[in-house]
Design a protein around this ligand. Structure first.
Ligand SMILES: Nc1ncnc2c1ncn2[C@@H]1O[C@H](COP(=O)(O)OP(=O)(O)OP(=O)(O)O)[C@@H](O)[C@H]1O
Length: 489
């Protein structure tokens, strides 16, 4: 659809765009990225024919751009410029109607039924039909942006060039606009070439991205390839981290703020922060901790500062345990979003905890363990899937920085140490009679301050794994021992 070859150009004989070549296919959504001043708008001006290049060529549908008249070009390409705050006293409908100019034939430019139909259709699509008679200056910045888009669409272009289209739009209109653009590329074959400042939106919606660095192509590929941490950090000169999107296979780039200097003094997470009552064991951390857990509340990966292991009776109704637990946390005066909450039928005075230190880092392990509901994971097929309280809950608080890999390996190490303790104590699965590996509702938490020594790994023979293995094994032995004594009494 569009082919750019060795394009060089700029202003007053200064090269802004240098030797740029790429092509865009019909129906493609193509994003242009780059820091301020890297030449994105200049490139778009050349592609739209507003600015003549010094050298190189641009061809559209196989013909040089120079061979098209202005009117012919306007029937193929529509441009949505960077938003301007100027607003003339035209009505919305009049403004959108200007987009039909390229399609009007002859000297008298008669307004046809088709023109009218298309203008209303694009006003509906962009959500501005309700303002049809309003004057532009009466609209908000985002509403005016949508009017400009409607005007561009009224041209019925085959290629839509957009300079920062989501500028001034609130979240829901950003999503609507990009969903619509994506839909049009798929359904009507519209080709979209758009400048983005928001790398995450570009990564979510574009088929391919072009990254400009001081007027040259730094990278042009799929979003996942272009949005590489080191590359973006280098081109944008900032600290950035790449993460997977939680729902779709698209990269998300997050800024890493400079927090040095305004950090409050780090407080050690140790047993002095534990509060144990008949109702719950609680740890309130002075700072947010990076967590990976399977709690009833706060499960998955996150940042939390309150940790509650709550005692519930054996007859606790588990049918809506998540919302019941969230209500309970609120009643205690905590925000469920900041809290990891677990439940246990074990008497909390039977909890076991230990604080272990190594060169440069330390961990606090807390275990509550009831094994009446023990299961051998290798034979769990014979059990029903019903959830019953009676469980081993393991908390591990690490004073140190963990990689994601270390979080996962720490959980593996703890699970192995727990299984070993159950083996040592000959805890049996009551249904199979074989040695149990856990219970059917065990929960685990690993939480790290993310300050201090960095631990890349948490496997069994790593410094972190050694402390976890020992701490979880010892605490599980002790907690199961205490709870068994109580059962005997
Ligand atoms: N009309 C102009 N005359 C002279 N120089 C210009 C003109 N427009 C832009 N420039 C210069 O060209 C360079 C690239 O500008 P351009 O607007 O293409 O960058 P951009 O990547 O779109 O930046 P931004 O992200 O800030 O919108 C800048 O150094 C700018 O000062």
């Amino acid at each position: 659809m569009l082919k750019i070859e060795q394009l060089t150009g700029g202003y007053s004989q200064t090269d802004i765009i240098k030797d740029v070549s790429f092509s865009v296919s019909r129906g493609e959504m193509f994003g242009i990225l780059g820091p301020n001043g890297s030449g994105k708008s200049t490139l778009l001006k050349m592609v739209s024919g507003i600015l003549a290049p010094y050298s190189g060529s641009i061809s559209i549908k196989g013909k040089p751009i120079k061979s098209y008249s202005a009117k012919e070009l306007a029937r193929i390409i529509a441009v949505l410029p960077q938003h301007s705050s100027e607003a003339f006293s035209y009505s919305v409908k009049e403004t959108v109607s200007l987009g039909r100019y390229a399609h009007q034939e002859g000297w008298f430019h008669t307004w046809s039924g088709k023109d009218e139909e298309i203008v209303w259709q694009v006003m509906e699509q962009t959500g501005v039909a309700m303002f049809a008679d309003s004057l532009l200056h009466e609209l908000s910045g985002g509403e005016r942006q949508r009017v400009s888009l409607a005007q561009a669409l009224a041209q019925e272009p085959e290629i839509l060039l957009l300079d920062e289209p989501t500028n001034h739009l609130d979240l829901s209109y950003q999503k609507d606009l990009l969903d619509n653009l994506k839909g049009w590329t798929r359904n009507t074959g519209l080709t979209v070439i758009s400048i983005f400042h928001d790398l995450n939106l570009a990564g979510l919606y574009c088929d391919r991205l072009l990254l400009l660095d001081r007027g040259r192509i730094k990278s042009m590929d799929s979003p996942n390839e272009v949005l590489r941490e080191e590359q973006i950090a280098q081109v944008y000169q900032t600290s950035i981290q790449k993460q997977p999107h939680p729902k779709v296979p698209a990269p998300q780039m997050v800024l890493l703020p400079e927090t040095e200097g305004n950090q409050t003094e780090e407080k050690l997470i140790d047993e002095s922060l534990l509060q144990v009552s008949d109702e719950y064991i609680m740890l309130r951390s002075p700072q947010h901790l990076r967590t990976m857990s399977s709690g009833v509340v706060g499960s998955g990966i996150g940042w939390h500062r309150n940790f509650i292991n709550r005692h519930v009776g054996k007859d606790y109704d588990c049918s809506d345990h998540r919302s019941e637990m969230a209500d309970y946390i609120k009643k205690l005066g905590f925000e469920p979003g900041e809290t990891v909450g677990m439940m246990t039928a074990v008497f909390l005075e039977d909890a076991s905890f230990t604080f272990l230190k190594e060169e440069g880092f330390s961990i606090l392990v807390v275990v509550t363990a009831g094994v009446g509901n023990a299961v051998d994971a290798s034979r769990s097929k014979v059990h029903s899937s019903e959830l019953v309280p009676g469980t081993i809950n393991i908390w591990m608080f690490v004073n140190g920085e963990l990689t994601e890999e270390a979080f996962i390996q720490g959980i593996m190490t703890a699970t192995e140490a727990k299984a070993k303790a159950l083996h040592e104590l000959m805890v049996r699965d009551p249904l199979t009679g074989t040695i149990a590996t856990g219970t059917s509702t065990d929960s685990i938490l690993i939480a790290a301050t993310q300050h201090g020594s960095k631990m890349d790994y948490g496997g069994t023979v790593t410094p972190l794994g050694k402390l976890i293995g020992r701490g979880v094994y010892d605490c599980t032995l002790e907690a199961v021992g205490k709870s068994r004594k109580r059962v005997k009494r």
